[in-house]
Design a protein around this ligand. Sequence first.
Ligand SMILES: [Zn+2]
Length: 141
Amino acid sequence: MGAPRCPECNKFCSLEMEEPELDSCEADEGVLYVNVRLLKNCADCGTEVREAYLELEIPFVLPDHDEDDDMTFEIEEEPVLENEEKCIGKGRYMRTEHGVSGTARVKCMIDSKSDSKETVIEVPITIEDGTEAAGNFEDTY
Ligand SMILES: [Zn+2]
């Protein structure tokens, strides 16, 4: 893929990262699934030029429970995501990796024979949970 070209301005342009879009956020037993769309916009007019998708699976620690308890999970609060990036390698082999950070709140409902309780677990999302290389972004048009 060559230099980015903006379909609106119809010229080569510089790109800037747009706010990440949260596609979906679900929790299951001990895993948070987060799908994110990363966007690069034309720095001149704001048109979306390139995009990439992150599919993150983030393990979290379950609250205390007995083995035969019933557990259900619900997203209490979706994460507000911010762009993160890191550089890997050196010199002309250096590449930029894009990821996100934020915090999701997962409500865990535990039903045991004697009682039921709810716990809210904060699950941090960091760039270490997954990235996409800048070179893997694809044209949106
Ligand atoms: Zn443009």
